[in-house]
Design a protein. Sequence first.
Length: 256
Amino acid sequence: MNRDKLNRLFDLTGRTAVVTGGTRGIGLALAEAYVAAGANVVVASRKAEACARAEQHLKDMGGNALGVPTHLGELDDLSTLVDRSVDTFGGIDILVNAAANPLTQPLGAFTPDAWTKSYDVNLRGPVFLTQAALPHLEASPHAAVLNVISVGAFMFSPGVAMYAGAKSALLSFTRSMAADFAPRGIRVNALAPGSVDTDMVRNNPPEAIEAMRTISLQKRIADPDEMVGPALLLTSDAGSYITGQVIIADGGTVVH
């Protein structure tokens, strides 16, 4: 190992990364990082205006970028996202499933409508988007899928059981995909953030935010940029021998 080889481990020049939920929070931080690492970046979220702003922001950083309005709960949107990514940049090397729906209800009071809204975005969307992108990932010599789950998948989470359950299921799919896709040269891993300073966290009552802060060993809430290191490891050549795994980046909330 020398300096040039070390630097190339995280070099994504010429690769294309698709990031759902890429217009804010963790998704935007990862999109910025991929641009900085040399990748072409496609960001997807429900709102066209947010996609346009994020696309321009990434271009202003000097990157090649595309914003594609996409509702993860609409299967036709997933095909459109894949097609536009491939038409613009020629392929897909990295897929990051970071979009999420924080909707939850108390246990014992679930409604079918809320269940559908939650699981369509948090579980069905990532699974079917990965499926839609599969032929293009198979064609890449550096294919990697990253599913952004949650530390809630490892904890009892009665207040957010609907959300945590979907993320736990996505972890199971991560492991199954990793096993099935390994012979095709595709690595699949998961990133489980703890409490991160995003709109999802800030929309909680002050007492809930304080509880999130104090539950971790580091006694703080993370900045979205702190998810960049683990994500780059799992989707670059630096993590070429890592698949079927999860990195828990939570400041010590869950200690194994």
